[in-house]
Design a protein around this ligand. Structure first.
Ligand code: TYD
Ligand code: MG
Length: 456
């Protein structure tokens, strides 16, 4: 084999992680300038990894009909929210990536899993903290550490040797950026190393059937070569996000070969670890007295579960010549579009106004169904007219100012009714099977009608 090993130079973009055979000033894939860096790879060993990268799957083509399709065996991690987001437990032999900004709580979550699940023999590999530091954290978190084994190591080959000897039920590697392999010739944390380390772990997981949880750091921009290049290698990508000033953390599934990707779990960071918030609505809507202008509650759907949260807006006279628009937890381009709709279709002069938008609880939302709550909060702040605290919204805004229906409206309405809301604004084009008693469903067709109904 050694004779076929050849050195090859490739160029990786440090922004998007794509690979090119030559240097270019601008990355053709993501458009960033000066991000291509040179890497030497050993082609022989790379191919070796590729060829048998999915072992246990049989080395010959097989008839589709012969393949057993009974569902994959899943192992419960004894953490209701994490199990749910994975689609009902972690699948045997799967490689799960948990990405997130430094300090968000990835190590805490991944240590809490074995501590809360002593029935699983777990190998926790730490490349960032010493075994003593992990122990101190474990003491802080509490739980049962009798079946959790700590291994402080950064050379992945050593990790694999130990793991094969120990054959745990679950392996956790914190983090991919600190691990390195001898087969690639670059520094730990570089794109080549990250890819190779992940490929080695994938091979280990598939060969042994042991599920592996891999931690990866993502920078503030949410876009780093590391985890980005891993997305197509791993089976599941979970993103851990939230506002580091706030206590809430959201774990979101962005890729899942064995389940739905629209699932979302909410945690609260407390003095002794992350607490599962199984009913996020109750936490995300501070039930303050009516009388505050600029807040509106949206009825959102995350995957299969409806939940409600608060949108806060502040509209004030522009300080500078160009009005400022800023949004936390919401796409600022979408906010600009909604403001343009208000301006053109409903005649509100917002050009001279600064508009700030915030989604409570450090949540990031992208569902168009929040549009109606967003413009209602902006209008409420603009008029300094509070929206009654028992009112919520579910509707998308179109470019001509029309209010469009949103999917699974019945479930949103039921959740709002359950939480004690007495009025929900929806599109008049919505179709509904039945309306739960105790809640008034107000149908509005466009923005002017919303204004007339809401602020009369
Ligand atoms: P950590 O899990 O180390 O983050 P990551 O691995 O994503 O970098 O979390 C670190 C933060 O969480 C740190 O600022 C301290 C805080 N924290 C708590 O508030 N409570 C706790 O019980 C623990 C263990 C950490
Ligand atoms: Mg960490």
């Amino acid at each position: 084999m050694a004779s076929s090993v050849k050195q090859k130079t490739v160029w990786y973009c440090t922004n998007c992680g794509n690979e090119f055979p030559q240097w270019m000033g601008k990355c053709p894939s993501c458009g960033e300038w000066n991000t291509l860096t040179e890497h030497k790879t050993v082609t022989g060993s790379r191919h070796q990894v590729r060829r048998d990268s999915v072992p246990g799957e049989g080395k010959r083509p097989r008839r589709l009909a012969e393949i057993d399709s009974t569902s994959d065996a899943r192992i419960s991690l004894c953490n209701g929210e994490v199990d749910r987001i994975l689609g009902g437990g972690i699948v045997e032999g799967s490689l799960v990536l948990i990405g997130g900004e430094p300090g968000i709580g990835k190590s805490t979550l991944s240590l809490q899993i074995p501590l809360g699940c002593p029935s699983l023999k777990t190998l926790y590999v730490t490349g960032e903290e010493s075994a003593r530091q992990v122990k101190m954290r474990a003491d802080r978190l509490g739980g049962d550490c009798s079946n959790c084994h700590i291994f402080s190591e950064t050379l992945i080959e050593n990790v694999i040797v130990q793991a094969r000897e120990m054959m745990p039920d679950l392996m956790i590697v914190d983090s991919v950026q600190t691990m390195f392999t001898q087969t690639a010739e670059s520094t730990p944390g570089s794109v080549t190393q990250i890819r190779e380390v992940a490929a080695i772990l994938l091979r280990f997981a598939k060969e042994t059937g042991i599920p592996v949880i891999l931690i990866g750091h993502i920078t503030k921009e949410g876009y780093i070569a590391g985890p980005k290049v891993l997305e197509h290698i791993v089976d599941v990508v979970l993103q851990f996000e939230g506002d580091d000033r706030g206590a809430y953390r959201v774990l979101r599934s962005i890729k899942n070969r064995f389940g739905s990707t629209s699932e979302l779990a909410v945690f609260e960071m407390t003095g002794n670890g992350l607490r599962q918030v199984s009913n996020p609505s109750e936490m995300l809507i501070p039930m303050h007295e009516a009388g505050l202008s600029g807040t509106a509650v949206a009825a959102m759907l995350d995957g299969t579960r409806p939940f409600l949260f608060e949108v806060q807006a502040l509209v004030s006279s522009a300080v500078y010549a160009t009005a400022q628009r800023s949004a936390t937890g919401f796409d600022v381009r979408r906010l600009n579009m909604l403001l343009a709709v208000l301006e053109r279709r409903a005649g509100f002069k917002l050009a001279q106004k600064d508009v700030f938008l915030n989604i409570a609880g450090g949540l990031k939302v992208s569902e168009p169904a929040c549009d109606l709550a967003v413009i209602s909060s902006v209008l409420s702040s603009n008029f300094d007219f509070p929206i009654p605290a028992v009112t919520c919204f579910a509707g998308e805004i179109g470019l001509s100012g029309e209010i469009r229906p949103v999917p699974q409206l019945d479930r949103r309405i039921s959740e709002a009714a359950r939480l004690g809301f007495s009025r929900i604004f929806v599109s008049s084009f919505s179709s509904m099977d039945l309306t739960p008693s105790g809640i008034e469903v107000v149908k509005v067709a466009d923005v002017p009608q919303l204004v007339r109904t809401l602020f009369k």
